[in-house]
Write a protein that binds this ligand. Structure first.
Ligand code: PEP
Length: 261
């Protein structure tokens, strides 16, 4: 089976950091992550800080991502940002984050439109999925995860590129673990990825793609608990919210990923 999965740690800054604040954080990240080559690093600031952060990342291997986009390429959609606008600045885009699903009415269907649109312009989507606490407690995790993968990724083609990598990333983020300080256990998260997410990917795209897609864990990851996730067989990194706002924490998480390689 081809396609060694290179670990990736992505920081979702959510609605934090003005341009001035980003200009304070990014140089610390750049210094702390210099020469860390075994792990791919991505930061996803708010739209308003993307240009400034892009300039600060010039000459580094830290990737830039947006946190959302609309699926139409242009038009009278006041307040929205199109895929080609994001692609002018970024290589990655987070799609379907649970906060977007909860507060902004995103559904598996709208996430799917965004995923298709992102792939069309060459962006690498980081597609977020995860069950709520109620769904988890009602024993619906399997049904929810399977549906989110099937519908969210329906109608797309995924092929390994020349390096064997797949231009799409999944972030398994149980909603009950996001921003709560109550991370899932590494064992539970790995089970979901290994027994639910990869088998669903396999039915959609075949075994090789299912094996090669990178699947991140997200939900209250910090430097002190990151190793628990990175040492699991099927988890390929993390999508980090709160802890990505502090240089020391984010660098600590990336270093934990390096140690697991
Ligand atoms: C997130 O925003 O995707 C996230 C996982 O947040 P936190 O790390 O703060 O739980």
């Amino acid at each position: 089976m081809s396609g060694k999965r290179i670990p990736l740690v992505a920081g979702n800054w959510k609605m934090y950091k003005t341009i001035a604040e980003a200009r304070q954080l990014v140089p610390d990240l750049v210094r702390g992550l210099a020469n860390v080559e075994e792990v791919e690093k991505v930061i996803c600031p708010p739209f308003t800080a993307l240009m400034a952060v892009k300039a600060l990342l010039e000459g580094t291997d830290i990737g830039l991502g947006a946190q959302n986009m609309y699926w139409e390429s242009e038009g009278a959609f006041t307040g929205e940002i199109s895929p080609k606008m994001v692609a002018e600045l970024c290589r990655y885009v987070i799609l379907g984050h649970s906060e977007r699903r909860t507060y902004f009415g995103e559904t598996d269907e709208t996430v799917n439109r965004k995923v298709r649109a992102a792939l069309e312009v060459g962006l690498i989507p980081i597609v977020c999925i995860g069950e709520t606490l109620t769904e988890n407690e009602a024993g619906k995790t399997q049904a929810v995860i399977t549906r989110q993968v099937q519908v969210g990724l329906s109608g797309i083609q995924l092929q390994p590129d020349v390096t064997g990598g797949i231009p799409l990333i999944i972030a398994y983020e149980p909603v009950w673990a996001i921003g709560t300080g109550k991370a899932a256990t590494g064992e539970f998260a790995n089970q979901v990825v290994r027994d639910l997410i990869r088998p669903t990917l396999s039915t959609l795209f075949g075994d090789e793609v299912a094996h090669s897609v990178r699947v991140l864990y997200g939900g209250s990851v910090k430097a002190s608990n990151a190793a628990e996730f990175f040492t699991q067989s099927d988890i390929d990194g993390a999508l980090v919210g709160g802890a990505s706002l502090k240089a020391e924490e984010f660098i600590g998480i990336v270093k934990a990923a390096v140690e697991s390689v």
